[in-house]
Design a protein around this ligand. Structure first.
Ligand SMILES: [Fe+2]
Length: 266
């Protein structure tokens, strides 16, 4: 198996990973899908038995040092997504998962172009599905407790993100509890949606149940409040700002970021 060429050499020095990272291939996605983890793939991918095992992405965990602020721990990752597509035309993608109820997670695309698909339920239980195309520099935030999936529109693409689990104040009381050591891919049934290449770019497809439940994705753009608070910094520089700056982010996020009030039972 050949090793992937890293595209992180052009990134600012603080974001150049020190190590090779963790590679996730098609076989890893299929293993999780077949093992009963909450991972949805297209029928073409699910039934694939060929030898082609493309690299989907390389995860560089803790690309910047973990830190403590606002009485909670913060972590920063960098993901390098590969170009190409999966059998049947499914887009190169992340695994997809439900965040924990108190998790504040923010992304910035550095190179390439991705789409952030996110799903959550309002206080009254209404399903909401959004899709945010993100070119270089664009910011995105995941709803507290929401499900999300990154789809690669133009690869290679590099995406920086940081996240923290805030105290339970933001958690909805009827949100399914985190599944402890069962891990983030087993918190709830997956949203059975993904993306495929289409004539006009890409299309969101999925199981009949999920398409009926979640409906057509609402196109959304970078949140203005998030751009205002990050201002002229890169998200990586912002992550390294003083604690008061992160505290201001938390306070603002609590006012603006939707809260998922129910995940799907397994
Ligand atoms: Fe997440």
């Amino acid at each position: 198996m050949t090793s992937a060429i890293s595209h992180t050499a052009s990134l600012p020095t603080p974001l150049r990973p020190a190590g090779p990272g963790i590679e996730y291939r098609l076989s890893d996605l299929l293993h999780r899908h077949r093992a009963g983890d909450a991972v949805f793939v297209t029928d073409e991918v699910a039934s694939y038995r060929g030898d082609h095992d493309p690299l989907l992405y390389t995860a560089h965990r803790d690309v910047l040092l973990p830190r403590t602020a606002c009485d909670t721990d913060w972590f920063a990752d960098l993901i390098e997504y590969r170009p190409g597509q999966l059998p049947g035309g499914e887009l190169i993608r992340s695994t997809g998962h439900w965040n924990t109820p108190g998790q504040l997670e923010i992304f910035q695309t550095l190179t390439g172009r991705v789409a952030m698909l996110a799903a959550w339920r309002t206080r009254s239980g209404e399903p909401v599905l959004t899709c945010q195309p993100c070119g270089a520099g664009e910011l995105a935030v995941i709803p507290f407790g929401g499900w999300h999936l990154t789809l690669v529109l133009d690869g290679p693409a590099t995406v920086f993100n940081f996240y923290t689990d805030l105290p339970a104040k933001t958690a909805a009381p009827d949100h399914a509890p985190a599944a402890g050591d069962r891990g983030k891919y087993r918190r709830a049934a997956p949203v059975e949606l993904t993306g495929v290449r289409a004539k006009d770019g890409f299309a969101i497809i999925g199981s009949a149940d999920s398409l009926a439940t979640w409906g057509v994705a609402q196109p959304v753009s970078e949140p203005t409040w998030l751009r205002d608070i990050v201002a002229g910094s890169s998200l990586a520089d912002f992550y390294r700002a003083d604690s008061a700056t992160l505290a201001a982010l938390v306070a603002t996020a609590r006012r603006h970021v939707p809260v998922c009030h129910r995940t799907e039972p397994r």
